[in-house]
Design a protein around this ligand. Structure first.
Ligand code: FAD
Length: 448
């Protein structure tokens, strides 16, 4: 059945098998029966038909960053889109159509040539497919909305093997569902984004002592600064980089990763605001092309680390929650681990909570508790730390947790339903329509 595939078909006996089955998160060491490295939409249709007709579990993989391990499986078929990386930019309409296996590096590279950008993740190796279908938070969210808010159409291969182009005009309910509903509704062969005139930015990290007062001032800075100020709060160990004095390397710190997309005239004012947050221990903030800020963490986070994450939403950042961030931040387990707080106000909140599947429009912040470890031996302690941290933050969080930051064990805790809140019933109805047999179940699953 796979004889017509234009890409590559890799089976356990092939030399390429170990490479083909590996995913970014080393926690998930699985052995699929076959990996199809698709070259085009035809290969996607063929692989979907194989899984449907032979009742094989089907794992869909774009950038391979799924923390929960949804990009692989045991004994089933893996549909790897990693060769489908083309991007076509329309600079007049300010849109880009990108194939479903693109990473943010691919998309940013293509759009930056025209002085344009759209909201993507903070690490350039993350896939656009998983990040956008789950919602998509990043530096530009306050100004441009979530990645899914900028998704204007998609070519979707559905469970019955049809290719449906959904947009506001055609199959709008399917577009609604893939804007936050994850990989439940089909395989996005391509995604079309709205772009924004953003070329160069003022950006980079500033590190401070791990002090709740610094975090309080960050909270106030977000509240009173314009939407062009994208800035994430991080709690991490000091990175061994030249701009940070050696005595802070490996010590628990907090930091603000700035991405100011406003006028260059305001750069000094932004630098001044950053200096007011607390004693600056190290800073690497400068003018750069937008795609560059997207690569700052790439080297720190290569494929092959062991990730176990938790995600949560909170309306504000109350003082008591900041004390928890400081307490757990002090025992951050490794240099690759970070707790990252994304502000979700501005353009994110101007979208109605039922306008897309992404339901948490009233959350002011989303946090990723995202430790990553170099070896499996360290994982037990890491999992315990993450769970205890999430439990300690629970009183200051609203229900649910962002699907893209959830781990596999969240499925069983009803976290998926609570992530979708008022939109869950509509998602179930659409799942019954587009995938009644739950072919696409290796995801944060919305059961039909
Ligand atoms: P994959 O493992 O390839 O895919 C995950 C799932 O997404 C698939 O199983 C499938 O269900 C679905 N999927 C992927 N591609 C397609 C497609 N073309 N069509 C249909 N379904 C598809 N999230 C943020 O919001 N903001 C961030 O800044 C951010 N930073 C991150 C940094 C790192 C280092 C990591 C590991 C994750 C980060 N995330 C972030 C979380 C990220 O959004 C999710 O891990 C997401 O699933 C990654 O997408 P992917 O395509 O790389 O993953």
């Amino acid at each position: 059945m796979l004889a017509t595939v234009h890409g590559e078909v890799v089976r356990p006996e092939d030399p390429a098998y170990d490479d083909a089955r590996a995913v970014y998160n080393a926690m998930h060491d699985r052995h699929p029966a076959v990996v199809v490295r698709a070259a085009d939409a035809g290969d996607i249709i063929t692989t979907v038909a194989l899984a449907r007709e032979q009742s094989l579990p089907l794992a869909v993989r774009g950038g391979s960053h799924s923390v929960a391990g949804h990009g692989t499986c045991d004994g089933g078929a893996v549909l790897d889109l990693g060769r489908m990386r083309g991007v076509r930019v329309d600079p007049v309409a300010r849109t880009a159509r990108a194939e479903g296996g693109c990473t943010w590096a691919d998309l940013n590279h293509a759009t930056h040539a025209f002085g344009l950008a759209t909201t993507g993740g903070v690490v350039s190796t993350t896939g656009i497919g998983g990040l956008t279908t789950g919602g998509g938070m990043g530096f530009l969210a306050r100004r441009c909305g979530l990645a899914c808010d900028n998704l204007v159409s998609a070519d979707v291969v559905t469970a019955d093997g049809s290719l449906v182009t959904c947009s506001a005009e055609h199959d709008a309910d399917l577009l609604w569902a893939v804007r936050g509903g994850g990989g439940n509704f089909g395989v996005l062969a391509s995604l079309e984004y709205r772009l924004h005139p953003i070329a160069d930015i003022l950006g980079g990290p500033t590190f401070y002592p791990l002090d709740p007062d610094v975090m309080r001032r960050y909270r106030e800075l977000i509240a009173d600064s314009s939407e062009e100020f994208g800035a994430l709060l991080v709690v991490a160990l000091g990175p061994p980089l030249p701009f940070l004095p050696e005595r802070w390397h490996g010590r628990p710190l907090c930091g603000v990763i700035t991405c100011w997309t406003g006028s260059e005239d305001q750069d000094d004012r932004i630098r001044g605001r950053l200096a007011e947050l607390g004693p600056v221990l190290g800073q690497h903030v400068g003018r750069m092309p937008y795609p560059v800020i997207n690569t700052l963490f790439d080297e720190l986070l290569p494929a092959g680390l062991f990730h176990y994450w938790k995600g949560l939403f909170s309306r504000g950042l109350p003082d008591a929650a900041l004390d928890v961030y400081a307490e757990y931040g002090a025992t951050t387990p490794s240099i690759q681990s970070a707790t990252v707080v994304f502000p979700l106000d501005g353009a994110v909140q101007r979208v109605a909570p039922d306008a897309t599947a992404f339901a948490y429009r009233d959350a002011g912040f989303s946090a990723a508790l995202s430790p990553a470890m170099p070896t499996r031996a360290q994982c037990e302690a890491q999992v315990g730390w993450t769970r205890a941290f999430a439990d300690a933050l629970a009183p200051y969080s609203v229900g649910g947790g962002y699907v893209n930051f959830m781990d596999a064990d969240d499925q069983g805790r009803d976290r998926v339903r609570s992530n979708y809140r008022q939109n869950y019933d509509r998602l179930v109805a659409l799942k019954r329509h587009w995938d009644p047999g739950n072919l696409f179940h290796l995801n944060h699953n919305i059961a039909p």
